[in-house]
Design a protein around this ligand. Sequence first.
Ligand code: GTP
Ligand code: MG
Length: 341
Amino acid sequence: MSFVDEAKFYVKGGDGGNGCVSFRREKYVPKGGPNGGDGGRGGSVYIRATKKIQSLIDFKYRSHFKAGRGGHGQGKDKHGAKGSSLVIEVPTGSVIKDVDSGQILVDLTDEGQEYLAAGGGKGGLGNTHFASGSNRTPRIATDGRPGAERWLKIELKLIADIGLVGLPNAGKSSLLSNLSAANPKIGDYPFTTLEPQLGILRDKYSNPYIIADIPGLIEDAHKGVGLGHSFLKHIERTSIILHVIDISEDDHRRNYLVLENELKKYKDGLSDRVKVIALNKTDLVDPDMVLEIEAEYRQSGIEAMSVSAWSGSGIADIRLKFIEIMEDLVQDTDAPSDVQN
Ligand SMILES: Nc1nc2c(ncn2[C@@H]2O[C@H](COP(=O)(O)OP(=O)(O)OP(=O)(O)O)[C@@H](O)[C@H]2O)c(=O)[nH]1
Ligand SMILES: [Mg+2]
């Protein structure tokens, strides 16, 4: 499932430097000609797409971006220095809009793609440009032009990283509310969740991972039973699937198989995604039994973690597990491009 993260920011190109009025001073030459240099052009602000950045979090800390102004011209035909340009790196996939008109200015789909967000102002002309036959000592120079400025809006479509699936009442929404700041509806009846819900889990660097909670699935959901299985499209592209099981239910082992079968029926690939099983509601089960159940799953090579969305036990471990998996995945996707470079 995707949702849009957005931020507003201000860009300003550097002002151009002013042209200079100056005359040559030479011994024995009473009236030297003009030698005022031109002002330098202001620097520009560019926006560049990069895969190194995945979120708009940087815009929380900085919303004003100004390029350097051009230097003023000086005597002896010295031109002002160019202002330094500025490049704002944003995640590939960002869309830049003009705040006032709402119009899309650019869709930064490609790695390294650049957009001129605010051009620098032209430098002013020094007085050498104004000399003529009738005016050999021009006292005119022009000022630099101001750099362009505007407010922009950046939007980034995010795809959920972690998808929660399970039978109705398993505790998916309860887990979402524990793992993120989201506040989904929780109820002791099936099909409390009718629409996908999103939450953001943050690691210690504030990197966001998006969790999607979807309505419960029941046996034969693929045939349209219950709410059907079309909600699975929202988690089709997540990196991790968290399968939530209520282990206080007598037939939790069967429930596990029922749900896995529904995942497979939706799409073969879904059942072999990185999967973590949350054995939920441990507070309702004898602790020795919890260990036994956990061991059973692990023996079959399944990553099973005991939690209680009610008491909060095991939540910290599950959060760490997600972050560990996500970091590994990011490193894996980074590796090939490092080799190419
Ligand atoms: N005792 C106990 N109750 C829990 C736990 N987790 C969830 N519950 C309860 O189980 C019920 C269902 O929780 P939800 O989070 O709404 O379950 P869900 O999987 O989102 O359900 P649907 O949206 O209907 O698919 C609620 O009454 C919760 O309070 C737990 O760890 N322990
Ligand atoms: Mg729910």
